[in-house]
Design a protein around this ligand. Sequence first.
Ligand code: MV4
Length: 494
Amino acid sequence: MSQIKKVLIANRGEIAVRVIHSCKELNIQTVAVYSRPDKYAPHVMVADESVFVGEAASSESYLVIDKIIDAARQTGADAIHPGYGFLSENAAFSERCKKEGIVFIGPESKAIRLMGDKTEARKLMGAAEIPTPPGLKSELKDLEEAARVADEIGYPILIKAAAGGGGKGMRIVYKNEEFKSSIKAAKSEARNAFGDDRVYIEKYLEEPRHVEFQIMADTHGNVVHVFDRECSVQRRHQKVIEEAPCAILTPELRQEMAECAIKAAKACDYVGAGTIEFLVDKHKNFYFLEMNTRLQVEHPVTEMISGIDLVASQILVAEGKELPYKQEDLTMNGHAFECRIYAEDPADNFLPSTGLLEKHRVPTGDGIRVDAGVEEGQKITINYDPMISKLTVHGPNREIARKRMLRALDEYEIAGCKTTIPFCEFTLKHPEFIEANYDTHFVQNHFKPEIMQEIQPDKEVVLAATLLKQAHVPENTAAPVTESVSGLWWKNRK
Ligand code: MV4
């Protein structure tokens, strides 16, 4: 395969900007696509060229395969990076790119389709001897089968959509009498969300932690893992804080899970960047949950602990080159956290908080990364995901990274809409989170909206405070530093 010269990014926001950054560093030309309200969005500003693809609704712009392909032809792009969301896990889109002679920077349609069907994925992983939650590996046929399986593996049982993922079409069942109505509800939700009402059942694991492994695979049969992330802090199946590495994995458990992740990738002839999701129970048993066949939102924490540019790696692999690193070249360095800063009101059930971004001043300093796809003066609308930015920090260990994140969150100034910053502060200061003693029910178990009323300032207060700070510049009275500071300064500090 030949060198990629021009990449069209079939996405918007921070991920489009992120992909463009790596393209530029690889001397690859970039093409942005944009909807009407995104005409002056950051991803358009940083790209070499841009093409208008339609109206605000994604279904009329970013999701229209014909328009994206046309934009690539018009500009002579020889590859398309789908980012995440939108067309990134659309097997038909991957296939169409191939047919048009455009490189899809992602896996083959076969792997996307296979992993998109959760029963097929379970079957494959079972055959590869990767642990999966007990239950059915094909579609649930009828109530009798449900009762029989439940007798075998015990309650509670989770009904899941075969075409699912992300929590849609799920129902927990505690006793046999609930099956009938729960199956009906799950099927109806799955039909609406995916146009596919097939469901299957699994043992419902209580209080699990969500731990995932980043893998990278090339077309020469090389598969490596780039360590793990924990993503248990989520609400309504939306992650809010992620960290790498997972704080509770022993080296032995990490090794065992990583081997399973690599086996999973090999089992579907995977090529590119992928993520193997596991649930880990309180006895540290782990179970394969699903495989995501895309670059993930939370990839920056992995980049920060590994030093690997995952987007550049995706591009090299798409060009048919060998991965430029082997497993033994990869090491974990320190600890990273990511906070997703959403325009949402944590005091009001995380309701999207749209409006004009009047102020956006980001934290700075060593070990701090901000992936933002919006800038000051821009409107946050309900057309797209209400994520303002991702704040990722790195430190030599978990505790220093945690403190650095709190400092960065404190420094972050946003006015014009409510944000998840106070929620992130609450979580990072929580004793159980500090001890890494948390699971996927953390928000449900520890968070009450009332806590936010005390913390969240009004936007007028934020603006006033900013103006005051700008007016009052204190004199520098600090004594000059004379002693050299040890690189291990944190050792004597709690
Ligand atoms: C589960 C589970 C417990 N037991 N499966 C949620 C989204 C979808 N990807 C699968 N999910 C779950 N599957 C069994 N057998 C609990 C969840 C789950 C969850 C998983 C990861 C992160 C957050 C979650 C929140 C609620 C439920």
